[in-house]
Design a protein around this ligand. Structure first.
Ligand SMILES: NC(=O)c1ccc[n+]([C@@H]2O[C@H](COP(=O)([O-])OP(=O)(O)OC[C@H]3O[C@@H](n4cnc5c(N)ncnc54)[C@H](OP(=O)(O)O)[C@@H]3O)[C@@H](O)[C@H]2O)c1
Length: 239
């Protein structure tokens, strides 16, 4: 396994769930972390918990300039950026006609454009240094479309397609592009948008820490190899 101690990892959607768990996990490995999300109060709280090797950037992944600020912060604060975890995302459950135009637009913009902008911000530095990891947190919904989440699945298929294309485009520059496709994970995800805190099945889901561990394992792979897609589920969930 590669040692990621001393590397710098930028994480979008670090104010909650999988992103916050990933921040804790990379700090535990001795890496530095640049945390991005809109709820800066939550980021500050997490940074206070995690100590000095953490920087916070209030950002909206739908804004290219915000994505560039996230990456710039890594270089100005820690002098380097070694990995980007494109994790921020939202979900809303309901039939194609049940969700409003506005909800669908926001979801498509957040999950698709909100993955592209941070990657575009990170790639020039990665190519210049001849190394870098891009880890996209997609979903089982990026592999298999389910009813009542078709547009969400479309955004997640888009992420998987983006990763496949980027792998072909960037591998020769030393940049690795990996996709994690988790099944149900017990976070705040889609709460009030199709999930409720008391819904049956929540207790059987994976934890944010399970997924964060996968992200760290991908980053720790020797640079002589790469992970393309890691599809993971709780033991109770079908494939
Ligand atoms: N939970 C699941 O069952 C599950 C399963 C498979 C895949 N996933 C994927 O895992 C990723 C993380 O989800 P999660 O379960 O950890 O959900 P979560 O607990 O709701 O966290 C989502 C994170 O995304 C951030 N975010 C949302 N919109 C943003 C925006 N416009 N700009 C910046 N940050 C934004 C949120 O921060 P702010 O609100 O503070 O901006 C928050 O930190 C998502 O891409 C999701 O699709 C989740």
């Amino acid at each position: 396994m590669r040692d990621i101690n001393g590397l710098t990892v930028a994480i979008t959607g670090a104010s909650a769930g999988i992103g916050a768990a990933t921040a804790r996990a990379v700090i535990a490995e001795g890496a530095s972390a640049v945390l991005g999300a809109r709820r800066v109060d939550r980021l500050e709280e997490l940074a206070a918990e995690l100590g000095p090797n953490v920087a916070v950037v209030e950002m909206d992944v739908r804004e290219p300039a915000d994505a560039r600020r996230l990456v710039d912060e890594a270089y100005s604060r820690f002098g380097r950026l070694d990995a980007l975890v494109a994790n921020a995302g939202i979900g809303a459950y309901g039939g194609i006609m049940d969700l409003t135009d506005e909800k669908l637009k926001t979801m498509m913009d957040t999950n698709v454009a909100g993955t592209v902008w941070p990657i575009r911000a990170a790639v020039p530095g990665f190519v210049e240094q001849g190394a870098g990891d891009i880890v996209i947190v997609a979903s089982v919904a990026g592999i298999r479309g389910n009813g009542d989440e078709a547009v969400y699945a479309a955004t997640k298929f888009a992420q998987v397609g983006l990763a496949g294309g980027l792998d072909r485009e960037l591998r020769e520059s030393g940049v690795r592009v990996s996709t994690i496709c988790p099944g149900g994970t017990a976070t705040e995800f889609a709460m009030g948008a199709g999930r409720t805190p008391d819904m049956p099945g929540l207790a059987d889901m994976m934890s944010a820490e399970n997924v964060a561990e996968a992200v760290v394992t991908v980053l720790k792979q020797p640079t002589s190899m790469r992970t393309l897609i890691w599809s993971m589920r709780s033991i109770q969930e079908d494939d």
